[in-house]
Write a protein that binds this ligand. Structure first.
Ligand code: NAD
Length: 269
C-alpha cells in the first residue's frame, strides 16, 4: 500500500479486536504510527498481539489501556500519546458495544452502558483530539488538514433497529456529533467524517454469521451477497485519514455491500 499516512500519528480506540484491529493494521500499512487502544487489562494480550503483527510487518506503534467512557483515563491516554510522539494527527473513534433488549425490558444500566461507551466515549476522545489539533496547529509537512477524526457509526444511524434501541440511538447521535464538529472546526482545517458499516464479520455480531443458516438469512439483507471484513473498513479509514479525501468533511460514508439500498424491495413488490 502507498504510504499516504507517512509521518502521522493515529489513535484507534477499541483496536484489540474486530474492525478496530483491521483499521489499525491498514493505517500502519499506509505509514502511520498507530496507538492501539484497549479497554481493560483483559484485552492487553490481544492489543499486544495486534501491535506485534504491525511491527513484524515493518510498522510502528504502541498499546494504550483506557476505558473511553472515563474522562480521566481519556485525558491521560492523550497526554501519554503527546508525551511519546509529540502530537496526534488522526483519531479513529471506533470503540463500541451492544446491550440488546426489548425496549420495555431495557434496564437503565443497559441504556447507560451503550450511551456512555458508544457516544460519550466518542465525545471525550474527540474533545482531547481537537484540543491537541488546536494547540499544535497545522503540520503541512504531513497533511493538508490540521487533524482528522473518523467516527465509527453504523448503518443504524439511518436504519431503525427494534430490539437495539440504545445502540441505534447512540449511532444516530454520533451522526450529529460528527456533523456539528465538522461545522465548528472546518475553518481550522479539521476534518470529521463517519464510517457507517453494515455487517462486518467481528465478535460483536457473531450470532449473525456463525452458522450457515444465520449467514443465509443475513445475505437476504446484502445485495453484494457477502459479509464485510475488517480490512474493507480499514481501506476506507486510510482514504478518510489521508489527503486523498481532503475535500470530504461532515460526511457519513456507508460501507455495507448495499444494505442501505434495502434489498427487500428488489422485486419491486
Ligand atoms: P468488537 O466487539 O470486535 O470491537 C469493539 C471494541 O470496542 C472491542 O475491542 C472492545 O474491547 C472495545 N471497547 C468496548 N468498550 C470499550 C471501552 N469502554 N473503552 C475502550 N474500548 C472499548 O466489534 P466491532 O464490530 O469491531 O465494532 C467496532 C465498532 O464498529 C463499534 O463502534 C460498532 O458499533 C461498529 N460497527 C460494527 C459493525 C459490524 O457489523 N461489526 C457494524 C456497524 C458498526
Amino acid at each position: 500500500m502507498e504510504k499516504v499516512l507517512k509521518g502521522q500519528i493515529a489513535l484507534v480506540t477499541g483496536a484489540s479486536s474486530g474492525i478496530g484491529t483491521g483499521v489499525a493494521k491498514s493505517l500502519a500499512e499506509a505509514g502511520a504510527t498507530v496507538v492501539i487502544n484497549h479497554s481493560s487489562a483483559l484485552s492487553h494480550d490481544n492489543a499486544e498481539a495486534v501491535l506485534k503483527e504491525i511491527t513484524d510487518a515493518g510498522g510502528a506503534g504502541m498499546t494504550a489501556q483506557c476505558d473511553v467512557s472515563k474522562e480521566d483515563e481519556v485525558i491521560r491516554m492523550f497526554a501519554d500519546i503527546v508525551a511519546t510522539y509529540g502530537t496526534i494527527d488522526i483519531l479513529v473513534n471506533n470503540a463500541g458495544l451492544q446491550r440488546d433488549a426489548k425496549f420495555d425490558e431495557m434496564t437503565l444500566e443497559q441504556w447507560n452502558t451503550v450511551i456512555n461507551i458508544n457516544l460519550t466515549g466518542q465525545f471525550l476522545c474527540a474533545r482531547e483530539a481537537i484540543r491537541e489539533f488546536l494547540r499544535r496547529g497545522p503540520r503541512p509537512e504531513v497533511s493538508a488538514a490540521t487533524g482528522k477524526i473518523i467516527c465509527m457509526s453504523s448503518v443504524h444511524e439511518l436504519i431503525p433497529w427494534a430490539g437495539h434501541i440504545n445502540y441505534a440511538a447512540s449511532k444516530g447521535a454520533i451522526k450529529m456529533l460528527m456533523q456539528s464538529l465538522a461545522q465548528e472546526y472546518g475553518d481550522r482545517r479539521i476534518r470529521v467524517n463517519s464510517i457507517c458499516p453494515g455487517a462486518i464479520q467481528t465478535p460483536i455480531n457473531k450470532a449473525a454469521w456463525d452458522t450457515p443458516q444465520a449467514l443465509n438469512s443475513l445475505m437476504t439483507l446484502i445485495p453484494y451477497n457477502r459479509i464485510g471484513q475488517p480490512a474493507d473498513v480499514g481501506n476506507l479509514a486510510v482514504f478518510l485519514a489521508s489527503d486523498l479525501s481532503d475535500y470530504i468533511t461532515g460526511a457519513s460514508i456507508f460501507i455495507d455491500g448495499g444494505m442501505t439500498v434495502f434489498e427487500s424491495f428488489a422485486t419491486g413488490g
